[in-house]
Ligand binder design. Structure first.
Ligand code: G3H
Ligand code: ZN
Length: 344
């Protein structure tokens, strides 16, 4: 089927109380693995490309891969721009045939973030494309800790890791959590479709231990009534039942990813966990086959591993078997990709 839009799959998910995975692709094998996983689980899926991935593979290549994968799939597949940091990037993706956009203006003062988001929403909505935007800041672990500090933390016993992390990065993360009144104003003034509201997660953490401020998430969802997007999902505590084993002491108002899905999280972005899985399996295959000439013998196992990991996430988000979309609003119906090309 043609690429679906994120609105097609996320409004249904919100209404029915589950979430849809938005998985970052870095190459053909990851894109195939993600869509194969969705196919096997009969789940809607969002494949998303960061600006870095677009630079690496090329915009046309990414769009072509996504189109072929979607056309051959029996489940809804969305192609989303992840963390588009300017107007031009969003317009390029719109014109190339992406079916979902993101403007990340978290570094801008609120007024400017609102103005630019509104401008992108305006052009995107004119061709039926939904837009996600960020409020508050989901920080990145590499900007908070050095590689050496992170390596020290990883070397600790699991229950100790959280205690040290909380001390080192907790206060800074708290400072950047989104505020409900600002979130409401942002949504009212921009018309944005989905909100990447910072509620305590951190990009790139991949330890499954970091709690979310689910109290703040609840307030933001209640104030805005639009699907909330989870960024930095690889490091988040998945289930509060795991807290004790992970050494996590939940403070009042904190909770897990599973709690958050009940309270408004609807699009869950996963990048680091899949990349780590890809690299782990590829390196394991390389270690088993020193001197291997055929790259497929290394990349094939990595693709399989990413597929299995993606299936785990799909089941965690409870989107398996949920293949219908809201309305007949596929990108093709909107004319996605029909805007004149060749002027970039
Ligand atoms: O935009 C992408 C996500 O926020 C991914 O975060 O790398 O921590 O899974 P992650
Ligand atoms: Zn992100």
């Amino acid at each position: 089927m043609p690429l679906a839009t994120s609105k097609d799959v996320l409004l249904k998910a919100r209404a029915e109380g589950y979430a849809v995975g938005a998985f970052n692709l870095n190459n053909m094998e990851m894109a195939q693995a993600i869509v194969q996983a969705a196919e096997e689980e009969q789940s809607p899926v969002i494949i998303q490309a960061s600006q870095g991935a677009i630079k690496y593979a090329g915009l046309e290549m990414i769009t072509a891969m996504a189109n072929v994968l979607a056309e051959n799939a029996t489940v809804p597949v969305v192609l989303h721009l992840d963390h588009g940091t300017d107007y031009k990037q969003n317009v390029k993706c719109l014109r190339a045939g992406f079916t979902s956009l993101m403007f990340d203006g978290h570094e801008l003062p609120l007024e400017q973030n609102i103005a630019m988001t509104a401008k992108i929403v305006d052009i995107a909505h004119s061709v039926g494309l939904p837009v996600e935007a960020e409020i508050g800041s989901v920080l990145t672990i590499e900007n908070l800790l050095t590689d050496a500090e992170m390596a020290e933390i990883r070397a600790l016993e699991v229950p100790k890791q959280f205690e040290v992390l909380r001390k080192k990065i907790g206060p800074k993360v708290d400072e950047h959590i989104a505020r409900p009144e600002e979130a409401k104003r942002f949504v009212d003034e921009t018309g944005v479709d989905f909100l990447a509201a910072a509620v305590g997660s951190v990009h790139g953490l991949w330890l499954d231990i970091w709690p979310l401020r689910v109290d703040r998430l609840k307030e933001i969802y209640e104030a805005t009534q639009i699907p909330i997007v989870s960024h930095g999902s690889s490091g988040v505590l998945i289930d509060r039942a795991m807290a004790e084993a992970k050494g996590v002491e939940l403070a009042p108002g904190e909770g897990s990813l599973k709690d958050a899905i009940k309270l408004g999280y609807t699009k869950i972005n996963v990048a680091t966990a899949l990349s780590m899985e890809f690299n782990r399996a590829m390196l394991a295959a390389a270690a088993k086959r020193p001197g291997e000439k055929d790259p497929r013998k290394l990349l094939g196992p990595a693709r399989d591993a990413v597929k299995e990991k993606t299936k785990e996430y799909i089941r965690l988000f409870d989107s398996q078997g949920k293949v219908g979309v809201v309305g007949a609003t596929s990108a093709a119906a909107f004319g996605g990709g029909e805007v004149a090309r060749g002027e970039e």
